[in-house]
Design a protein around this ligand. Structure first.
Ligand SMILES: Cc1cc2nc3c(=O)[nH]c(=O)nc-3n(C[C@H](O)[C@H](O)[C@H](O)COP(=O)(O)OP(=O)(O)OC[C@H]3O[C@@H](n4cnc5c(N)ncnc54)[C@H](O)[C@@H]3O)c2cc1C
Length: 488
């Protein structure tokens, strides 16, 4: 078992205690003697998952005086936030962009609290941030606005106008179901709504790519989910959207959480069983270690929740919800080039692509030195699903060929790539939650309430920023507040 972080005295104490127990031949209903260290008056919590939601929950619970143990299945912390080194540079294989501080408030708060540096995204000065790739043409954002074929432009902006109208009908984004037409809207898929708008074919492709990239395939997304999102972002200026990332990568943020949590964060400890008896929780992990606590916070993505056996079983509606709730499929390929060829086009590397499987590209290394840079190719929805059984090399070659189409001659600068499919990750099995038609009415509130002493957190339980890092940390804060109301 790897121990991410363990206070020296605690580890020494544990070691001595283990020696003592083994000398007594007394191991155990309670495999690792975590509980034996605690006095009976201490409030104890186990957190399952060391993604941002688990880390923020653990941190907040410690502020409330809980003795916390975090159990993580992977051999690293961070979950869907992970930074990879490529040459002298680095990039994100999962969560990356952060909105302005009036939007992603909690992430900014934690970054300030732990002194984690944020960096603005994009280039400054004369370099335009990016371009559309439409009908085999690369059209810079300015050109698109000023002189691109009028019907494409007007229809593309009409799509966003219609989105605003959709936002107008949602009274409260935190309670989307109070909308009178909620059930009707929820039953509809976004594709049928886009079809009805009768957009110019290229504008329609751009609109579909937007939905696919932000959520999932338009046919698989509830129109109510899109309306709720539109409401959340109704008054947010473009300058505040995706305007930051962590200067030293998402890993800097997750490590900062870990450094500020004094309890143990135990890696390679996939939780297999959670038993709840008389207000006590007993957790068993893959290595047969057991932990007991007063409360447990389960933060695992829904797609892997049913791998855990609960005793007594979770209410059927939760099990069904975990099985059915749709997750968007998203994959990234990080392509390191020896030259930032996009700058030669006076572009920042952002490319919104209408008609290729790569829906978006962007540079992730604007604030990193060196002549070369890393371009991310982001593929979502069915385009991402269809490559589930491809080899990494096949995915990389396909993305490279697409980028060569957009930026002829670029392949000569290719150095190396890293391909990341979240659908294939055994502890995630998808990108992030994207409610399918009918699912918000059926499942919206389910994981926001505890089942006895079992609490749920994770981006999928947030009310505002589903599918975001902000949603994950907000859920950690929310769950700690709920637990603080328990009389322990
Ligand atoms: C490709 C991609 C791009 C993204 N881009 C952005 C972005 O630009 N901006 C943004 O804000 N968000 C983005 N996100 C979303 C963001 O990364 C997530 O919303 C957030 O990181 C989720 O955090 P979490 O704690 O809820 O879940 P996770 O990070 O998935 O954490 C859950 C943890 O539980 C662990 N686990 C699972 N099962 C068990 C078990 N049985 N026992 C113990 N541990 C277990 C997992 O290993 C994992 O570490 C992106 C996501 C993806 C996939």
């Amino acid at each position: 078992m790897n121990i991410w972080k363990m206070d020296f005295f605690r580890s020494t104490f544990t070691y001595i205690l283990l020696l003592f127990l083994s000398a007594c031949g007394d191991h155990d209903e309670i495999g690792l003697p975590i509980d034996s260290q605690k006095s009976s008056t201490e409030k104890t919590a186990v957190v399952v998952g060391a993604g941002l939601s688990g880390l923020s929950a653990a941190y907040e619970l410690e502020q409330l005086g809980f003795d916390v143990t975090v159990l993580e299945a992977r051999d690293r912390i961070g979950g869907r936030v992970a930074t990879v080194e490529m040459g002298q540079q680095s990039g994100e294989i999962g969560g990356e962009f952060i909105d302005g501080e009036t939007v992603h408030k909690e992430l900014h708060r934690y970054a300030h609290l732990f002194d984690v540096e944020l960096a603005n995204t994009g280039y400054e000065g004369s370099i335009q941030s990016g371009a559309y790739y439409i009908d085999d043409n690369l059209v810079s954002y300015d050109e698109f606005d000023e002189s691109y074929s009028a019907p494409v432009v007007t229809d593309y902006y009409r799509f966003y106008d219609e989105l605003s109208l959709l936002a107008d009908i949602v009274p409260d984004p935190e309670k989307p179901l109070i909308l009178e037409a909620a059930v009707e809207l929820d039953k509809r898929n976004v594709q049928s709504w886009i079809d009805e708008l009768q957009l110019h074919p290229s504008a329609k492709q751009l609109a579909e790519q937007f939905v696919r990239g932000e959520f999932d395939e338009p046919k698989d997304l509830s129109l109510l989910h899109l309306a709720q999102y539109a409401k959340v972002y109704e008054n947010v200026s473009d300058d505040d959207v995706e305007s930051f990332r962590f200067l030293k990568g998402g890993q800097a943020m997750t490590s900062a959480f870990a450094k500020n949590i004094s309890g143990d964060i135990l890696l390679n400890q996939a939780v297999t069983n959670i038993q709840q008896v008389d207000n006590k929780i007993t957790v068993t992990t893959v290595s047969d270690d057991t932990y007991t606590s007063d409360v447990i916070v389960v933060t695992v993505p829904l797609k892997v929740l049913n791998k855990i056996t609960f005793t007594p079983a979770l209410p059927d509606e939760l099990t069904q919800a975990a099985k059915n709730i749709n997750y968007g499929t998203h994959s990234k390929v990080l392509l390191r080039y020896s030259k930032r060829f996009w700058l030669e086009h006076n572009l920042g590397g952002d490319t919104v692509v209408a008609s290729l499987p790569t829906g978006w590209t962007w540079e992730t290394t604007e604030r990193q030195g060196g002549e070369g840079g890393i371009l991310i190719a982001y593929t979502s929805g069915d385009f991402s699903k269809m490559q589930q059984h491809w080899s990494d090399q096949q995915v990389i070659d396909t993305r490279l060929a697409e980028i060569e189409l957009m930026y002829p001659g670029s392949s000569q600068y290719f150095v190396e790539a890293k391909s990341q499919s979240w659908l294939n990750e055994q502890w995630t099995k998808g990108g992030f939650l994207a409610y399918g038609p009918g699912q918000m009415s059926a499942y919206w509130d389910l994981f926001k309430q505890p089942v006895g002493r079992i609490y749920f957190a994770g981006e999928h339980t947030d009310t505002l920023y589903l599918g975001y890092m902000e949603g994950a940390v907000r859920s950690g804060v929310r769950v700690a507040k709920q637990i603080s109301e328990l009389k322990l």
